[in-house]
Design a protein around this ligand. Structure first.
Ligand code: AOF
Ligand code: ZN
Length: 371
């Protein structure tokens, strides 16, 4: 096989490993969801003999599962790993050593691991054992998929995705009208999937009062995949009778309030099961960088910010958004609409468009900022 053919094959298998790794995305925190494929070629073309994904909860690691599945067939095979194999002793010995001991001949990796216990050491163990190592195959794609893990490791805050649904004239709702349907059923389902793959959903108290949302995942089979919900509510205005509070037994609810907020309101919500975070205050406003640090310390690697306009603008102004997702519906809202702080023609500098598609009558576009 020529070098170019080998490189093309490596990219193909890495793409498959990345797709595989999505299976447990959002369920392995604080570990990333990693994918491993073990591929061997006995002269009749490459054959996948083992597959693994980081298990729910973060352990076992992907390599452990793939090696177990491949059994004796790993000898002389190639392992495709979406993240550098670990070099530290956790509940099992390091994956890098496991690959060596199993007799793997070649390792193809995508993302490097910023974890100081691993960073560079995983690949070094493999090379020291005489294994051929190819790094950074589809590294950009892997970094996009593992952005939450990478950003939390490098910046001590979760990845922030800003998701908004816009009318054709760029409005995100109508003043005083409660929840307004802007996009159709397919787009709504996609939002549920985005929620299921996030560690938390965040909205402002304005939206909470206006819409009375539940912020849960309501998709067949994914009902128990609702992430924690976070409400920016500096004066603690959230009513106990809201859907958010009534669902607290099933899905955690956090309120980010100011230190000066009414302690009686706080006590009442705490009795109902609500937790409080991010009580740092800058001039009576919840300080977003500190709040994000608190969330990262709780183990959260990805936060989906769903509005409203003020909250979206605050995250954008403070340069705390890593990914922007805009749905746009076919109908206009008009004069009494609430203007979006961002639209497809006004994406902040530094973002690049990652993909664009149609969901029935709605359009979808996504922009990311490279790490
Ligand atoms: C791998 N394969 O599938 C994953 C890895 O708490 P522990 O012991 O699981 O360690 C967490 C670290 O393990 C995490 O920060 C990252 O460096 C690595 N994750 N490594 O070889 C995997 N999920
Ligand atoms: Zn490992």
């Amino acid at each position: 096989m020529s070098e170019a053919e080998q490189a093309a094959l490596d990219r193909r298998f890495m793409a498959a490993a990345l797709r595989l790794s999505r299976r447990n995305a959002g369920r392995t925190s604080t570990n990333p969801s990693v994918g491993t494929l073990i591929v061997r070629d006995d002269g009749e073309g490459p054959m996948i003999v083992g597959t693994g994904v980081t298990a729910i909860g973060g352990r076992p690691h992907a390599e452990t599962e793939a090696l177990a599945e491949a059994g004796e067939l790993v000898r002389g095979a190639t392992a495709y790993v979406t993240l550098e194999p670990c070099a530290h002793h956790g509940r099992t010995p390091p994956c890098a050593n496991a690959l060596v001991n199993a007799g793997i001949a070649r390792v193809v990796g995508a993302a490097s691991d910023p974890d100081p216990r691993v960073s560079g050491k995983g690949y070094a163990i493999l090379r020291a054992a005489g294994i051929e190592v190819v790094e950074k195959v589809l590294a950009t794609e892997a970094a996009e998929q593992m952005a939450g893990y990478l950003i939390r490791s490098l910046r001590k805050r979760p990845e922030v995705t800003l998701k908004l649904a816009l009318s054709s004239d760029g409005k995100i709702g109508r003043k005083g009208a409660g929840q307004v349907a802007i996009t159709g059923e397919i787009a709504r389902r996609d939002v549920y999937l985005m929620r299921a793959e996030s560690d938390a959903i965040l909205i402002g108290i304005g939206t909470a009062l206006e819409d009375d949302p539940a912020l849960t995942v309501r998709l067949p089979g994914l009902e128990n995949r609702s992430p924690a919900r976070i409400i920016l509510d500096r004066q603690i205005r959230l009513p106990e009778a809201s859907k958010l509070v009534s669902g607290v037994d099933r899905v955690p609810l956090y309120v980010a309030a100011c230190l000066e907020a009414d302690p009686h309101r706080r006590a009442a919500l705490e009795r109902a099961g609500v937790r409080f975070i991010g009580t740092e205050t800058h001039d009576g406003v919840v300080a977003l960088p500190e709040l994000l640090e608190d969330l990262a310390a709780l183990g959260m690697a990805s936060v989906l910010v769903e509005g409203g306009a003020q909250v979206a603008k605050a995250f954008l102004d403070e340069d705390l958004v890593d990914r922007i997702v805009l749905f746009q519906g076919p109908e206009a809202i008009g004069e009494d609409g609430i203007a979006s702080p961002v639209d497809a023609d006004h994406i902040p500098a530094g973002f690049r468009k990652l993909r664009e598609m149609r969901f029935g009558e709605d359009s979808y576009a996504e922009w990311v900022r490279d790490l």
